[in-house]
Design a protein around this ligand. Structure first.
Ligand SMILES: [Zn+2]
Length: 326
């Protein structure tokens, strides 16, 4: 009887082991085919911490980045971003295009080797103010993608995360980078820039999509819906920011912004009062989530049926930004 019991229990163990293995296999299969939602990994606390340093609200290694317009302020900004990125295991690439003019970027390589890239970027300089909104928010959003997109599995496109220098002087850094990548013949699927994503007084989380080329307007809407983000999106014809530089060099581009044309935009634009305390983090979180979802789906090769006909940018309202000569 004892022997019989032990045979039965052995059989049970073998059987349950085999169920377990099957379950694991099923799980692995499911995980590799389901859509990934890196936007769920966006951390508001991390956005706050990083923006606090970029806007001089918290110290960076015993110094304060009080502005990002001077040579020294921009140098410290690059140093902070580079430190965060190297802690995450990235290799920082420096694109020095002139004395004291330097963009930085990192690459996230696809799991299936390819020579095609998606570029995501934000200008890191300010008009010699704290520049919490313009463009501490965009710089922080792109940095957040560095945390979360490196965990993405089965990427079919490479991703470049870039921080442009000297935007406020007239898109200098982004023009130089666009020209440089064009010269290198770099195959770029699309360029996504983010500039000012920190004001939303009516808390409607509306995100403006600036001059979305080709199928990008439809793609953003499809991702917004498929990922259940459901933010109100509005297409605009606003330029005077970094996506313009890439479009002019032949790259399919788009920009993300708070409600700049709609009017629910920061009253602290280019003022001393563009500080950390005047940021609405709900819109920074939303903008970062939308960007993360779009870049992730593009990189995974997720296709959405694009039905509508393409409409020219000038059919939509736009509003210019101002450049500053120091
Ligand atoms: Zn800006």
């Amino acid at each position: 009887m004892k022997k019989k019991i032990s045979i039965i229990s052995t059989l049970i163990i073998i059987y349950s082991c085999s169920i377990n293995t099957n379950n694991n296999l099923e799980q692995i299969k499911t995980l590799s085919t389901i859509k990934q939602n890196p936007e769920d990994l966006v951390s508001v606390q991390r956005l706050k911490n990083n923006l606090a340093v970029l806007s001089g609200n918290s110290p960076f290694e015993e110094t304060i980045i009080s502005e990002r317009g001077s040579i020294e302020g921009r140098r410290k900004t690059r140093e902070f971003l580079s430190k965060k990125l190297s802690e995450l295991g990235y290799t920082i690439e420096k694109h020095s295009y002139r004395k004291n003019g330097e963009n930085i970027y990192v690459k996230i390589m696809a799991d299936i080797p390819t020579d095609e890239y998606i570029l995501v970027g934000a200008h890191m300089d300010s008009v010699k103010n704290a520049g919490a909104n313009d463009n501490g928010t965009g710089s922080t959003a792109v940095l957040e993608l560095a945390y979360i997109l490196k965990n993405l599995k089965n990427k079919k496109l490479n991703i470049i995360l870039a921080w442009f220098d000297e935007e406020e002087l007239g898109l200098i850094g982004s023009y130089e980078m666009a020209k440089y990548f064009k010269k290198l013949n770099l195959k770029i699927n699309s360029v996504h820039t983010i500039d000012m994503m920190g004001w939303d007084s009516n808390k409607n989380n509306l995100i403006e999509i600036e001059r979305p080329d080709g199928d990008l307007w439809e793609y953003y809407q499809a991702v917004n819906k498929a990922h259940n983000l459901n933010f109100p999106l509005r297409r605009t014809n606003s330029g005077s920011t970094d996506h313009v530089a890439f479009r002019e060099n032949g790259f399919k581009s788009v920009g993300l912004c708070e409600e700049w044309v709609g009017g629910d935009t920061t009253p602290h634009y280019h003022k001393k009062s563009d500080t950390y305390e005047n940021i609405h983090f709900n819109i920074l979180e939303s903008g970062t989530k939308l960007l993360a979802a779009v870049i992730s789906d593009l990189s995974l090769g997720v296709n959405y049926p694009i039905k509508s006909k393409f409409i020219p940018h000038d059919q939509f309202p736009g509003k210019d930004r101002h450049f500053h000569k120091f």
